[in-house]
Ligand binder design. Structure first.
Ligand code: 0WD
Ligand code: CA
Length: 383
């Protein structure tokens, strides 16, 4: 039934009727009460080493060390030529690291309600994905530049969501300027100036920056009726041993151009804080430490943002984003996906597609280039 639109919060579709074909992103549709979002719980974590090997532990977790001065003069360009090992971003890892974590920790997930209610191989969650994919969904109602493609497969009752690079994103990646390549390094360099390997030591700005290394938290939560399991990279933790337990002790590091005009401040609030808020709110990371830099990559000030205070900070901006619109849209998208993807088959992919100023639509692919659940995972989960 082409042209039929999924109306959020409208009368629910009878179970027998075919799913609707598209989802509207109009903001007014999502301006209602904030949906239930349960406090995210860390159910595990994993690390990726300098060669991108998986470890089911926290060996890559680092500790935040507050800069000595509020104007630290960190030179973010230092080491770009000579002490930088860059992850190969042509390699698409899809959900592989999360799936590895699931196989290593299945017993922890299949506890309580799950074991009693559903089939023995069921995970007890509705959605498995990366945090970054959910961030893109949260910001979609306000995004005017970049579209997305999300591949979805249902297996054992769980929906797996994995991003597919768009043609436009591939072109951008392949045509980055030397300046842009260098600026992508600056964020990682800032982490190196402010993070230490353990609670007792100091950061080592003379070391190598290797972007293969990562520490990822795995959290479980619920958005309205959707039980979510997702993983996100965490930059560092509070080094105080009395700090609260994860994810409340985690800190997100960011860099941004210093703000010198009212226009710049307004743009920072309207566009950058939206992305920062969405990314950290999802896993329950409470703080962002931001390094403001000049055009030459020198950090001129450092500021802390508390996620719970960001919605207050932006309230005076006209035409600003609203957290409730972000969360309601994400919730509605997940309902849309559930209504569309009803067949359980690890080789079947529904590819959801969105471009700015358009509705969300999808196409269906069996045994195609889009299949993303690896054989080693399917075999283990169905045996
Ligand atoms: O294959 C893919 N398309 C993706 C792979 C997309 C997104 C993520 N990944 C995986 C990687 O295994 C990585 O370790 O992403 C992990 C991080 O996932 P996430 O936390 O869900 O991603 P996101 O929230 O978008 O980014 C968090 C941080 C970034 O920090 P900033 O401050 O720039 O937001 O992870 C880094 C980056 O430092 N990062 C990535 N690292 C590896 N691969 C990627 C990526 N594709 N994207 C961002
Ligand atoms: Ca970061």
């Amino acid at each position: 039934r082409p042209g039929q639109n999924h109306h959020p919060a409208g009368p629910s579709t009878p179970p027998s009727s075919p799913p609707t074909q598209s989802l509207s992103i109009q903001r007014q549709l999502y301006e209602r009460d904030f949906p239930l979002y349960k406090q995210p719980v860390e159910v595990g974590h994993f690390s990726l080493d300098s060669e991108r090997r998986f470890f089911n532990d926290a060996r890559q977790l680092r500790y935040y060390v507050e800069p000595e001065k509020s104007c630290p003069n960190f030179d973010l360009r230092d080491g770009y030529r000579g002490r930088f090992v860059k992850r190969d971003d042509r390699v698409k890892e899809k959900l592989d690291h999360i799936l590895r974590w699931i196989l290593a920790n299945r017993s922890k997930l299949q506890s309580k309600d799950t074991a009693a209610s559903s089939s023995p191989c069921a995970l007890g969650v509705d959605i498995v994905t990366w945090r970054g994919h959910l961030t893109k969904l949260l910001t979609t109602p306000y995004e005017t530049r970049e579209g997305w493609l999300l591949a979805v497969t249902r297996m054992g009752g769980t929906l797996y969501i994995s991003e597919v690079e768009t043609e436009a994103a591939r072109r951008d990646r392949e045509n980055r300027t030397e300046r842009h390549e260098e600026m992508m390094y600056w964020g990682y360099k800032f982490e190196q100036y402010t993070c230490a390997d353990d609670a007792q030591s100091l950061p080592d700005p003379g070391g190598v920056v290797n972007t293969n290394e990562a520490f990822c938290t795995v959290v479980q939560t619920r958005l309205a009726e959707h039980r979510l399991l997702f993983s996100g990279e965490v930059d560092c933790r509070d080094k105080d041993p009395k700090a609260p337990s994860p994810p409340a002790n985690y800190i997100e590091m960011k860099t941004s151009l210093e703000i010198s005009t009212p226009k710049q401040r307004s743009n920072f609030h309207r566009f950058k804080l939206l992305k920062w808020w969405a990314q950290s709110f999802l896993p329950g990371v409470p703080r962002i430490v931001a390094g403001f830099r000049d055009h030459d990559g020198v950090v001129v000030s450092v500021e802390t943002y508390h996620i719970s205070k960001i919605s207050q900070l932006i309230k005076n901006e006209t035409n600003c984003w609203k957290p409730t619109v972000c969360m309601n849209f994400c919730c509605e998208f997940l309902s849309f996906v559930k209504s569309v993807v009803t067949e359980d088959d690890p080789r079947l992919v529904h590819l959801f597609s969105w471009d700015p100023h358009r509705d969300v639509t999808y196409s269906i692919h069996r045994d195609s280039q889009y299949s993303f659940l690896p054989d080693w995972y399917v075999r283990e989960m169905t045996s």
